[in-house]
Design a protein around this ligand. Structure first.
Ligand code: UFG
Length: 332
């Protein structure tokens, strides 16, 4: 079997870290990305093909040329409030386009798939941490678009030889420890990226969206995972599928919840910058609290996170944002 791997969305924040790890491990990587939120310069290994999953004819050509042994599928839209405003874009990009990808896998006989899913499939869970068996009741179109994709993958796998690993990402932060790649999006909607922008005065303040959640300090609680550990989860999943592992769903988080206020306090302490914070109303589609039970991925894949510390995630994000600022200002 070839060691050619297709990574959809491989020019994006998480995808580029996975591509780097695949390249370092000796895989031949092909990235398929429309570069709507990804960047060619983030792809450190392999070949970047600019294309959209909606263009199934182009996708077939790419499959026919490369004979992939496995597909890692990340390409998607992923901003929760955005999904509430533009649901059809989310169902088209995230759900319909996953069917296009599976059609290509079917025709070309590619039988190993790693799918980027999300904690948003759990919605506002009654109890935390959530296990993979916690009921999936998404409360926004983003979560529903991913849950539908999970169901489609499972149904297709039942009817074919496909084996899959579905990884449900919790809140991803941090950057490449060697500082080569990190989050690049022009518009930072995620908490850590947005707070880094406040530190660096790219934005005047940080807004806290919701201070009346049923959580200890009233702000949203999330489980933050370092992008490097999430990339490791993909490499471990690939090895598992290569060794004939059966289909699985895994949570990818650390099992620690931090509130928005706690994250903001740590970012202020680590950066030494006391940026202004403004309390705002809740955002559309935001749950109160979601944290992961990650026992299953540790047991089945022997996944061993190395950066499970909020301060490490924040420091690494800050270092990346500082280096971007220096590059923008022409400082080496
Ligand atoms: N938040 C703020 N101010 C900001 C940005 C965020 O208060 O400027 C709050 C949010 O309201 C929420 C928390 O910080 O309570 C985290 O918000 P993010 O936007 O960083 O992340 P989300 O939890 O909305 O979503 C992210 C990913 C999803 C993934 C989810 C899993 O975008 O893909 O984590 O929990 F599904």
């Amino acid at each position: 079997m070839s060691n050619n791997i297709l990574v959809t969305g491989g020019a994006g924040y998480i995808g580029s870290h996975i591509v780097r790890r695949l390249g370092e491990a000796g895989y031949n990587v092909t990235v398929y990305d429309n570069c709507s939120t990804g960047f060619a310069h983030s792809v450190l290994y392999g070949e970047l093909i600019i294309g959209d999953l909606a263009d199934i004819h182009h996708l077939y050509q790419v499959f026919a040329k490369h004979q992939f042994s496995a597909v890692i599928h990340l390409a998607a839209r992923l901003v929760v409030p955005d999904s509430v405003m533009y649901p059809l874009d989310y169902y088209t990009n995230n759900t319909y386009n996953t069917i296009n990808l599976l059609r290509c896998c079917s025709v070309m006989g590619v039988n190993q798939l790693i799918f980027s899913s999300t904690a948003a499939v759990y919605g506002n869970p009654q109890e935390n941490p959530v296990t993979e068996n916690t009921p999936t009741l998404p409360i926004n179109p983003y979560g529903r678009s991913k849950l539908m994709s999970e169901a489609i993958i499972q149904d297709y796998a039942y009817a074919s030889r496909l084996r899959y690993v579905i990884l449900r990402y919790f809140n991803v932060g941090g950057a490449d420890p060697a500082g080569r790649i990190g989050q690049n999006s022009h518009y930072a909607s995620h908490l850590i990226a947005s707070a880094c922008n406040a530190v660096l005065k790219r934005q005047p303040e940080l807004k806290i969206f919701g201070t009346d959640f049923p959580t200890p300090d009233g702000t949203g609680v999330r489980d933050y995972i370092h992008v490097e550990d999430l990339a490791s989860a993909h490499i471990d999943s690939l090895c598992y599928l290569e060794q004939d592992g059966e289909s699985q769903i895994f949570n990818c988080g650390y099992g620690e919840g931090y509130s928005v206020r706690q994250v903001v306090e740590r970012i202020k302490a680590i950066s030494g910058v006391d940026f202004p914070v403004i309390n705002e109303a809740r955002r559309l589609g935001d749950p109160a609290c979601v944290t992961a039970c990650a026992q299953k991925i540790k047991q089945v894949l022997n996944w061993q996170p190395k950066y499970n510390n909020l301060d490490d995630i924040i420091s690494s994000s800050l270092a990346w944002e500082m280096s971007k600022l220096n590059r923008d200002n022409g400082v080496n």
